[in-house]
Design a protein around this ligand. Structure first.
Ligand code: PEP
Length: 247
């Protein structure tokens, strides 16, 4: 699985251009699930642009409530008519918008009710890693964010070390694999046998030079890509590399 997080980039017009270019560049027989996540305002136009292709569309966030007095917010029910995925718990939202584990958990549960698949992001800060707390922090985040989750819920989990996002400094494949193995075990406690089917994605400065080394790791099933997903050629090559890993 490969997910492009466009963050707060593109206008409606340039989002459609980018989505159309990705659609043209992706072969019909790719083995991976491809998801692109444009800003809210472009979701409808981008969904139309990729219709009939292997590319799915996701939102970058949503609110946990279904409707009501939450000015500026978008609910899972609203998204369900437009897209199949939603990124939840991205570290930029946790950091800049003070999103708590409890809020992310409420969103995950609301996504399930609406039939949208959350791409849940977890990851440790540089200070957590330097103090040897990375595994504890990340597995606690996972447990808190998936509290009360249904055993048959669809979900993907992205391990994104905060210090590797948008910094050009990526986690080594060994470090990423070590965390993924711990996440897989934590998922087994929550979801039983289904843990083996949950896509585990690595995110944090993924590019053309390093994606193959992540995909070669046993517990890494794909990538969440930020800046490198904003260039159609690069993203299409990343898709091809993910797909050819045979996962
Ligand atoms: C992200 O936005 O989740 C991300 C991983 O960004 P980048 O690839 O730019 O580090």
């Amino acid at each position: 699985m490969i997910v492009g997080n466009w963050k707060m980039n593109t206008t409606v017009e340039s989002a459609v251009e980018l989505a159309s270019a990705v659609k043209r560049g992706v072969s019909e027989d790719i083995a991976s699930d491809v998801v692109i996540c444009p800003p809210y305002v472009s979701l409808v136009s981008v969904s139309e642009a990729v219709r009939g292709s292997r590319i799915a569309v996701g939102a970058q966030n949503m609110h946990s409530e279904t409707n009501g007095a939450f000015t500026g917010e978008i609910s899972a029910e609203m998204l369900a008519q437009i897209c199949r995925f939603v990124i939840l718990g991205h570290s930029e939202r946790r950091t800049y918008l003070s999103e708590s584990d409890e809020f992310v958990n409420a969103k995950v549960l609301a996504a399930k009710v609406a039939g949208i698949t959350p791409i849940l992001c977890v990851g440790e800060s540089l200070a957590d890693r330097q103090s040897g707390r990375a595994v504890d922090v990340v597995t606690s985040q996972l447990d808190a964010n998936l509290n009360g989750i249904d055993r048959n819920a669809n979900i993907a989990v992205a391990y994104e070390p905060v210090w590797a996002i948008g910094t050009g400094e990526s986690a080594s494949p060994d470090v990423a694999q070590e965390m993924m193995a711990r996440l897989r075990l934590a998922l087994a406690d929550l979801l039983g046998d289904r843990a083996t089917d949950i896509p585990l994605l690595y995110g944090g400065s993924v590019n053309l030079s390093n994606i193959a080394s992540y995909m070669a790791e046993k517990d890494i099933d794909g990538a969440l890509v930020g800046s490198a997903s904003l260039d159609a050629d690069t993203f299409c090559q990343l898709i091809a590399l993910t797909s050819s890993s045979g996962r």
